[in-house]
Design a protein around this ligand. Structure first.
Ligand code: HEM
Length: 347
């Protein structure tokens, strides 16, 4: 990432032990969008206010906006690859899209900090938003997820994490930003635990205890690790995942919250297609025989610098620097606010 790229949000922060994921919709009505726009300028100060009290707990917050929310709040220009979440699969094996305008990904090593920050953020937003999903996640023991496997091993780290997740000059107005896809999965843990460890290992593609990848000679082409390994022009394309386990044993709820960051939604969408439809079609991810996606959303994560500027955006004005050929785009941006009532906004 060149030195002059705007500062990204805490997308590449290291693994934490706790997280809160909040998905909210923006209330329609007089003044609600204004409240959300001005709140964008408060986020950094709120993180500082809560985080400074526990400097070693690594508190961070990433905030993202859906395509609909972007048009409503900020208008044109819109980040180049921002579109509504694309569904994959059919029947019982389907990656579904669910409502959501704003995503908050709050992380820390202690849940009390996540809780405090989530409360402060939502207090500021008041009735301008409705929370449609809230998940409190944790990591099991040696960073395992709900299905008992170490999760995050193949994540890119250091400079490479930024290279795979942070937008650069492919979309200069939005450099320093990222895309993020979230899905909440519920597991049939009784059925999963009814499998032998060897069967589970062949589904994931790694050994359970040691976390070592299965040898290519025995790893099935439908294993989770095979289907989520993708290449473009002969080169592997990675994404950055910060999945968390969650659940309520008393309600027999056992889940994994999937969260994946990338420089464009395309690699994550390709992985979803491989998992839900199969590569080739029919050769799908058997983890889905034991796991059901109950939410799905795609959000754009602006850089910290852009987040600070967003309160001053006027969705109906369009960018002051546009020339006449771009004015059509500006009008499209304004019109697409109507799409909140149902017209497709896909790219
Ligand atoms: C039920 C939800 C899921 C569970 C429990 C799960 C679990 C795991 C586990 C245990 C691993 C192996 C260790 C690692 O490298 O992290 C893994 C790898 C991976 N997963 Fe998932 N995952 C889930 C959903 C997804 C989804 C929806 C995607 C992408 C759309 C995804 C993408 C990946 C990728 C890219 C890898 C690394 C593959 C490699 O390079 O070997 N996962 N996952």
């Amino acid at each position: 990432m060149p030195n002059n790229t705007p500062e990204p949000q805490a997308v590449c922060n290291p693994i934490s032990r706790s997280a809160i994921f909040i998905v909210a919709t923006i209330a329609r009505g007089e003044g609600k969008a204004d409240v959300v726009r001005s709140w964008c300028g408060d986020i950094a100060a709120l993180v500082r206010a809560v985080g400074t009290r526990a400097p070693t707990a690594n508190l961070s917050c990433v905030c993202g906006f859906s395509a609909d929310a972007w048009d409503l709040l900020f208008g044109a220009p819109r980040p180049a690859s921002l579109h509504p979440f694309r569904e994959f699969g059919a029947g019982d094996r389907r990656a579904i899209a669910t409502p959501g305008d704003i995503l908050l990904h709050i992380r820390a090593d202690h849940m009390d900090l996540c809780f405090e920050l989530a409360s402060q953020m939502l207090n500021k937003l008041g009735d301008a938003v409705t929370v449609v999903d809230e998940v409190h996640g944790f990591r099991y023991f040696d960073l395992r997820d709900m299905v008992g496997f170490v999760d995050g091993t193949e994540n890119p780290t250091g400079k490479s994490a930024a290279q795979y997740t942070i937008i650069d000059d492919e979309d200069p107005d939005f450099a320093g930003g990222s895309y993020v896809i979230v899905q909440k999965y519920l597991h049939n843990l009784d059925a999963w635990n009814g499998l032998t460890v060897e069967q589970q290992e062949r589904i994931i593609g790694r050994e359970k205890l040691s976390d070592v990848e299965l040898d290519e000679s025995i790893k099935p082409s439908c294993s989770h690790s095979s289907l989520t390994t993708i290449e473009e022009n002969g080169k592997e394309v990675k994404i950055l995942r910060h999945n968390m386990a969650f659940g309520r044993p008393g309600a027999k709820e056992f889940g994994t919250y999937f969260i994946g960051y990338a420089r464009t939604p395309a690699p994550i969408e390709q992985m979803l297609e491989n998992m839900f439809v199969g590569r080739p079609p029919g050769n799908y991810d058997r983890l889905l025989d034991y796991s059901r996606a109950v939410t799905g959303g795609l959000f754009f994560v602006p850089s910290i610098d852009l987040l600070d500027e967003l309160p001053d955006r006027n969705p109906n004005a369009g960018p002051s620097s546009v020339d006449d050929s771009q004015r059509d785009d500006t009008r499209t941006g304004t019109l697409s606010i109507g799409s909140l009532r149902g017209t497709s906004q896909d790219e």
